[in-house]
Design a protein around this ligand. Structure first.
Ligand SMILES: Nc1ncnc2c1ncn2[C@@H]1O[C@H](COP(=O)(O)OP(=O)(O)O[C@H]2O[C@H](CO)[C@@H](O)[C@H](O)[C@H]2O)[C@@H](O)[C@H]1O
Length: 491
């Protein structure tokens, strides 16, 4: 099959979070399975150009109809660790992708509506006719709408769309001006409940709803989150739309790219290790302690958190887990980036407050290289999310022998099984600690058990870590599930 992925991220060249990992890892898996995969991405000024090989012109002066006139774009092509990527660079005073950041601009709706339109125009003009167009999250929710309502009539009537939702919280809710800009001019047609009209605000359109309504197959990134999306309020108002489209909606658990995330060959570790050389993991802890100037005390487990500092991630519980871990004679390393000013201020304050404590380090910002070393060093990783469509950090933790302590929501339910209480897995298949209530007491019951096991029974702790490492959360199985979904919908 010929598959084109249209997305706003692809690791490691463009990575704000887990979406980037998934785009890269899934694309590689599909290629390994013999499919032809191409990616279309925005050409951001701030992306990691050092991860692109052989960047060259692919299409000069692509004319993209926009607001009744047009914007010309140059499309560049290059390889990101073997993946063939096309980068769209608009030439207009809007400077859509020259903002020094990926998201968070006031005109984000316009930026990604334009990207979706330009991606479709590029496919059309360069005569690319993939079997499957796979798009992701609100940023590309308009792609299937444009395909069905406009490009189908220009010879693109065999393309089928798979739409993957990584986060229901951000849906792309915007005004009618988006319709005019993209050439979807008929307001009364699109402002209807069964098309793009937002389910709560009748005067707004909803990109993600468009993605759901117009795609041939829709999924979120774990089976449990798919269930939550339909039957709880986690889908932020889209529950009824999912209900109406239930026959084409499902959950496919994310995978991890086992070449990128492999402690046996990871070049960013101080010392490689695997299940048979588990002892070498300690060298990473030592290296991390030296790098962050933490006390060298092997009686203290190293607890970590890596992720966006955002309401989704349970920041209050993250904060509590730092102090609880210190209280329990443990060390804590946090690597996180906050986009919301209040949260950023709060964690900067905490960082200053804890600055002289030799058992804790807060690293505020995005640092891919440091993240690898932390996974390699940590004994325990906390993921106390409010909601979590899949969650990659607990899966990476498992792969790197860091025992996850998670809240039982979303994909965390599908991947972490409590050592003491899980009824569905025999003891030798359990791999972590789970709590359910979103409060500090519940967190303490799980994190407390993890820390106590480390201190009181190191052999059992190591056994649990090795059981986690034995799980296969690679793209192997999810890759097959996506191929089956593509096969099912292809023309
Ligand atoms: N400050 C930092 N520095 C370096 N690396 C950092 C970092 N903060 C995060 N990362 C890395 O970014 C990734 C985050 O993965 P998550 O699963 O937490 O994704 P996120 O919530 O962004 O995405 C959404 O999409 C993904 C993919 O579908 C879902 O798993 C998830 O549930 C959903 O919320 C991991 O690779 C992690 O190591």
């Amino acid at each position: 099959m010929y598959i084109v992925q249209i997305a706003s991220e692809c690791a490691p060249v463009i990575k704000a979070g887990g979406l980037g990992d998934v785009i890269y890892g899934l694309s590689r898996e599909l290629e390994l399975r013999g499919h032809c995969v191409e990616l279309i991405l925005p050409m951001y000024d701030c992306m990691r150009y050092d991860h692109i090989w052989g960047l060259h012109d692919a299409y000069r002066n692509l004319e993209v109809p926009w607001h009744g006139s047009s914007i010309f774009c140059d499309v560049f092509c290059g390889w990101v660790h073997g993946r063939l990527c096309f980068f769209i660079q608009p030439k207009s005073s809007d400077n859509f992708f020259n903002r020094g950041h990926y998201y968070g601009a006031l005109d984000d709706h316009m930026r990604f509506a334009f990207f979706s339109k330009a991606a479709m125009e590029f496919l059309l003009r360069s005569n690319k006719r993939p079997d499957i167009v796979h798009c992701h999250d609100w940023q590309t929710g308009l792609v299937p709408v444009l395909l069905y309502e406009i490009y189908r009539f220009h010879g693109m009537d065999h393309q089928r769309v798979c739409y993957t939702i990584h986060n229901f919280k951000h849906q792309g809710i915007a005004g009618a001006n988006i319709l005019h800009a993209t050439g979807l001019n008929n307001d009364s047609y699109y402002f209807s409940y069964d098309r793009l009209q937002d389910n709560f605000n009748p005067n707004a359109i909803n990109f993600m709803k468009g993605g759901i309504v117009y795609s041939n197959y829709v999924n979120t990134v774990s089976p449990h989150h798919a269930w939550e999306a339909r039957f709880s309020d986690i889908s932020c108002g889209l529950g009824h739309t999912l209900e109406l489209n239930q026959q084409k909606f499902g959950g496919i658990l994310n995978g991890l790219d086992y070449e990128v995330w492999n402690p046996e060959i990871d070049p960013l570790l101080a010392s490689n290790f695997g299940p048979k050389t588990f002892g070498d993991k300690a060298k990473n802890k030592q290296a991390l302690r030296e790098r962050l100037m933490l006390e060298a005390d092997d009686n203290k487990p190293m607890v970590c958190f890596i992720g966006r500092l955002d309401g989704q991630k349970g920041v209050h519980l993250v904060h509590h887990s730092i102090y609880y871990a210190l209280d329990q004679e443990s060390q804590f390393v946090l690597l996180g980036s906050a986009t919301e000013p209040n949260l950023s201020k709060w964690f900067w304050h905490e960082k200053q407050h804890l600055n002289d404590n030799p058992n804790v380090h807060l690293e505020l910002g995005f640092d891919e290289e440091l993240a690898h070393l932390i996974y390699g060093a940590a004994d325990i990783i906390v993921v106390p999310s409010n909601y979590e469509p899949c969650g990659l950090t607990q899966m990476i933790g498992l792969r790197y022998g860091a025992i996850p302590v998670v809240r039982g929501v979303g994909g965390l339910v599908n991947t972490v099984f409590d050592r003491d209480y899980d009824q569905n897995h025999p003891p030798e298949k359990r791999n972590g600690f789970v709590f359910y209530q979103p409060d500090q007491y519940a967190l303490e019951t799980a994190l407390g058990r993890a820390i106590a096991l480390y201190k009181d029974d190191p052999v059992a702790f190591k056994t649990l870590a090795l059981q986690g490492m034995a799980y296969d959360y690679s793209w192997n199985k999810p890759g097959l599930q996506y191929v089956e979904a593509y096969e099912y919908i292809r023309a």
